[in-house]
Each structure stands twice: as structure tokens, then as C-alpha cells.
Design a protein around this ligand. Structure first.
Ligand code: ATP
Ligand code: MG
Length: 558
């Protein structure tokens, strides 16, 4: 399908608007921005917004700014700023010299707040937060004016300057826009523009003890930077009249416009920084980069290529209607990319010993194994074969059910790239479990072909006991047991207790050469990558995704 390539960028209502703006001359150069609040790590929902903003800038020969919306020092940290930059770059986007912070504009924003006061369009309010809430009214009830609403310009200026100077404690006063307390839009009922917060800021330190609200900072920052199309998610639709009111009432240098698109929602997945923060803080996962997390850091560690995320975002597209995307669609994009690039290797996740009695004990021979059937240029490697091997426990059945074509007593199967083997006997341990298979091989079947053309249905992967390496294998299942986590009222109750399964497997020695993050396909098992927890004597692999939709199995417990 054509959705693969960079040229096949989807059409959407935003690109239609931009086309019209360019045609009418209203826009000369397209300028967008991605405005994260540094209060958590980016997740795949943000990737949609990043791909949209940076993608549009690329397509239209414009530019996209990275702007930290750092107006709430109580929740924001430098760690998040660093992580966000790393993740945007990893996704494949470059803001060039256009790195900004809302805090860069604090002085200008302050001046504009005074401008509103002088124009009689803002006032200092002494109501407590609770009183203000009570008087704000509801969707069905108009609000009531604050008794402080008619303060004189002089008094407002004096109080606002003293707020800035640090004379009042947190919460004592706010600056509000004077718009319309009876408006049908709650955002226009004299919204708060500045609040007092005696908290140091990661960038401005102790310089400020009043901070602008999101609404007061955002549109004005857009205007300062010359952003033409300010794209945000639908929850800001009701803020747009305020966005426009502020732009219309301030001497800003440009006229940005806000457009809203639907958030990305994915089933079995939670995309909320607040909740993801709780998962990390509560140690429900190993950190922001736990491979089960929908964060970009988690997806990277899991082995997801950034190009797969970009393709996924492109296919999801930008629309105004909210929708729920099936996580299978994401996995499909991941598989598609890895299928082309990942080297094939053999690894046994749950080893079962297999001994070939008619193969000279101690003899080792080398066989050729293709690296990637999708990519002839990837070549071949040599693998060692001997009398002692491991196969997958689940590839043997002592009492095979119908349609089980793999190994069973008396049955012959093909060992990939090697020989045909027949199971002659089984050895059991004290618990009565099969611990070893006693087999013979057909010396005339080198390469896996039956000399007489007899039919052998199954081909199994394997590793040699002599040179395979033990490895920790981490299998990831969905973090949640229900498609709509939290819908029952408690996110934590929906956590999947089997989201991580850890196995000790054996892998072929070529994998010792893998670099952290390298994608490989374990034949018949899925795509894996080397985890940063690996050490020279202990390889750790993460399963990025299975080979096919193994959802029916993976969605349920264990
Ligand atoms: P969260 O709800 O996870 O806390 P947020 O919207 O508060 O996210 P911001 O840092 O404010 O996080 O978001 C930066 C940008 O990313 C905003 O423009 C926001 O609209 C967009 N964004 C956030 N979540 C999604 C999502 N699920 N799908 C698409 N865009 C998103
Ligand atoms: Mg936000």
C-alpha cells in the first residue's frame, strides 16, 4: 500500500486550510510549533502532534518550532525537557535554531498584562479560588461578577506590580481578564491570566513569583514567534474564543490562528501524562522507558523504529472526529518496517534438549543460514551444528493433538538450514516432564531436503548446545487487560499482571555482536532487540512485537 512513503502524506482539513491560506496570500510561509509542557515524557499521542506539525512544515517548506510550555514550575522539571528533546530528535525531526520556551516571553507577557489593565480589560481579583469557582456559574447558569471587578486602573496596576514584587502569598490574588461573566463559554467568564506561585522555575529561577496561565501564554507566544497555524487537540476548541480575544486585544506582532484536531486514542493503552506519571511513581513499571509504556522512550527501548511511528501517525491522519485506533494497526506498522530491515536469527525461548544419537559426538559442522530473505544484500552467516541441540519446548508433543505437525515420538521434522531428524525416545525428569528428546538424523538430508522427496511438514528452529548463549528474554503483553482501561473507574485494577514474562532462553552466538537497540527477528518467534540491561555475560532481549497478530493469546492473561 502506498501509505508507506514520505510522499504519500495524507490529505486532511488542516492541509486544506493551509492551501487556501497560501492561495489567498494570507500566509506566505507556514510556521507551526510543537508545544509540550515539560511535566512528563512524550507518548505516542504526542508523536501524532509532532508528526503533524513538523510534517506540515516540511511539506510546505516552512518551519516548525519546538516550544516548551513551561508556565507551571510546580510540575515541570529539567529531566523532562531533556527527554522531550531527545525523543523529538529520535522521531526524526529537527527544530533547527527554533527552540523556544514560553518563559522566554515572561517579560513581554507581563507588559501585555499591564496593557490590558490600562485598557480596562483586566483586573486584580482578591476572591479565594473557592469563591471564584462558586461565582463562575455553570454551563447552565451564568456567573456573577466579582466585587473587585470595578477596581480602578491605578489600583489594578499597583496591585499587579505588588503581586510581581512578591508581596502576597500563593493564592491571595489573581489577574483576570475582564470579558463577560455571563458568557455561554466558561472560558470567557473573566479567565485567570496570572496567578501567584512562589516556586523557582527551571529557567527563570527566582525571578518570577507570578506565572501566566496557559491561555495567556500560548497564543501570545505563537504571535511572538510568527506561528501561522497553531494546531492543538480538540479540548482546546472552547479556548479558541479566548485565544482570539487576547490576540485581538493586544499589540501582538502577528496574527496566528488556532485549529483543533482529534487526540490519538489507542485501545489497551492509556495516553495521559498524569496517569503515566502515576505508573512510574508507583513502580508499576520500571520507569518512563519501560518497554510496556506507550512513551517514545519506552517504544524506543522496545525496539520500535521511529519510521514505523511516523508511518503510523501518517496513516491515522488528522481529523476532527474523535476515534479509537486499534493497537493492532500500530503493531502492523512496526512489523512492516522490521520485516524489511531485521536480520533473522535463531533463538530458543524455552529450551528442550535434543540429542542426535547417530551424529558423531563432539563433531561440529558449519551450515549456511540466510540473514534476511527480504534482503539478499544481507547475505548469509555460518551456524554450527552438532549432536546436542535445543529446540522449543512447545515444538514437541508426546501425545500430539490433531493438526499438531511438529515433533512427536516417531515423527520426522526439519531443523532449519540443517537436517531432518526423527524422535526415537523421550527422557523424563523426576517430575515426569520431558527433559530430553533422543533423535536420529538422516545424514543424506543436509540443508533440510529429504533425499527421496518424502514429505516433512514442520520446520523447527534450534540452536546448538555447543555454542549457543544463554539469554534473558522479556516478552511483553498489553499493560492493560481491557480495551478501555479505567472505564470501570480504576486504572490500576485493569493492569495486566502478566504484562511482562521473563524467560531464560538460548540464542545463536551471532547475537553476541548485536548492539543495543538493534532489531533482529528470532525465526518463528517475533522481532526482538537487545536491551540496555545487557552485559557481556548476560544478553537481554526485548520482544518488540510478535510475527503475526497473536492478539487472541496476548490479550488474555499469561
Ligand atoms: P496529556 O494529556 O498526556 O498530559 P497534554 O496535552 O497535557 O498531554 P502537552 O505537553 O500539553 O500534553 O501536549 C503537547 C501537544 O501534544 C499539545 O498540542 C497536545 O494537544 C498534543 N497531544 C497531547 N496528547 C495527544 C494525543 N493523545 N493525540 C494527539 N496530540 C496530543
Ligand atoms: Mg497539556
Amino acid at each position: 500500500m502506498a501509505g508507506e512513503t514520505a510522499t504519500a502524506a495524507g490529505r486532511d482539513f488542516i492541509r486544506d486550510i493551509i492551501d487556501a491560506d497560501l492561495a489567498s496570500g494570507r500566509t506566505r510561509q507556514v510556521v507551526t510549533r510543537f508545544p509540550p509542557e515539560p511535566n512528563g515524557y512524550l507518548h505516542i499521542g504526542h508523536a501524532k502532534a509532532i508528526a503533524l506539525n513538523f510534517g506540515i512544515a516540511q511539506e510546505y517548506g516552512g518551519r516548525c518550532h519546538l516550544r516548551f510550555d513551561d508556565t507551571n514550575p510546580a510540575k515541570e522539571e529539567q529531566e523532562y525537557i531533556d527527554a522531550i528533546k531527545r525523543d523529538v530528535r529520535w522521531l526524526g525531526y529537527d527544530w533547527g535554531p527554533h527552540l523556544y520556551h514560553a518563559s522566554d516571553y515572561f517579560e513581554q507577557l507581563y507588559e501585555w498584562a499591564e496593557h490590558l489593565i490600562r485598557a480596562g480589560k483586566a483586573y486584580v481579583d482578591d476572591l479565594s479560588p473557592a469563591e471564584m469557582r462558586a461565582m463562575r456559574g455553570t454551563l447552565t447558569e451564568p456567573g456573577r461578577n466579582s466585587p473587585y471587578r470595578e477596581r480602578s486602573v491605578e489600583e489594578n496596576l499597583d496591585l499587579f506590580r505588588r503581586m510581581r514584587a512578591g508581596e502576597f502569598p500563593n493564592g491571595a490574588r489573581v489577574l483576570r481578564a475582564k470579558i463577560d461573566i455571563a458568557s455561554g463559554n466558561l472560558n470567557l467568564r473573566d479567565p485567570v491570566l496570572y496567578r501567584i506561585l512562589h516556586t523557582a522555575h527551571p529557567r527563570t529561577g527566582d525571578k518570577w513569583c507570578i506565572y501566566p496561565s496557559y491561555d495567556f501564554a500560548h497564543g501570545q507566544s505563537d504571535a511572538i514567534e510568527g506561528v501561522t497555524h497553531s494546531l492543538c487537540t480538540l479540548e482546546f476548541e472552547d479556548h479558541r474564543p479566548l485565544y482570539d480575544w487576547l490576540i485581538d486585544n493586544l499589540p501582538v506582532p502577528s496574527r496566528p490562528r488556532q485549529y483543533e484536531f482529534a487526540r490519538l486514542n489507542i485501545n489497551y493503552t492509556v495516553l495521559s501524562k498524569r496517569f503515566l506519571t502515576e505508573l512510574v511513581r508507583g513502580n508499576h513499571v520500571s520507569g518512563w522507558d519501560d518497554p510496556r509504556m506507550p512513551t517514545l522512550a519506552g517504544l524506543r527501548r522496545r525496539g520500535v523504529p521511529p519510521a514505523a511511528i511516523r508511518d503510523f501517525a501518517r496513516r491515522v491522519g488528522a481529523a476532527r472526529a474523535n476515534s479509537l485506533v486499534d493497537v493492532a494497526m500500530f503493531e502492523h506498522a512496526v512489523r512492516e518496517h522490521l520485516n524489511k530491515s531485521a536480520m533473522r536469527r535463531m533463538a530458543v525461548l524455552r529450551p528442550l534438549k535434543l540429542t542426535i544419537t547417530n551424529y558423531p559426538s563432539g563433531q561440529i559442522e558449519e551450515l549456511d543460514a540466510v540473514n534476511n530473505p527480504e534482503d539478499p544484500a544481507a547475505g548469509a552467516r555460518r551456524i554450527k551444528f552438532g549432536s546436542e541441540l535445543y529446540i522449543e519446548q512447545e515444538d514437541f508433543s508426546e501425545d500430539p493433538p490433531p493438526k499438531f505437525f511438529r515433533l512427536a515420538p516417531g515423527r520426522e521434522v526439519r531443523l532449519r538450514f540443517a537436517y531432518l531428524v526423527t524422535c526415537r525416545d523421550v527422557v523424563k525428569n523426576g517430575a515426569g516432564e520431558v527433559s530430553e528428546l533422543i533423535c536420529t538424523y538422516d545424514p543424506a538430508s543436509r540443508g533440510g531436503n529429504a533425499p527421496d522427496g518424502r514429505k516433512v511438514r514442520a520446520t523447527l528452529h534450534w540452536v546448538a548446545a555447543a555454542d549457543s548463549l544463554p539469554a534473558e528474554i522479556r516478552l511483553y503483553n498489553p499493560l492493560f487487560t481491557r480495551p478501555d482501561p479505567g472505564a470501570g473507574g480504576d486504572f490500576f485494577a485493569d493492569l495486566n499482571p502478566h504484562s511482562l514474562e521473563t524467560l531464560t532462553g538460548r540464542v545463536e552466538p551471532a547475537l553476541a555482536m548485536a548492539a543495543i537497540g538493534d532489531a533482529v527477528q528470532f525465526e518463528r518467534q517475533g522481532y526482538f532487540c537487545l536491551d540496555p540491561d545487557s552485559r557481556p555475560d548476560r544478553l537481554v532481549f526485548n520482544r518488540t512485537v510478535g510475527l503475526r497478530v497473536s492478539w487472541a493469546k496476548a490479550r488474555g492473561a499469561g
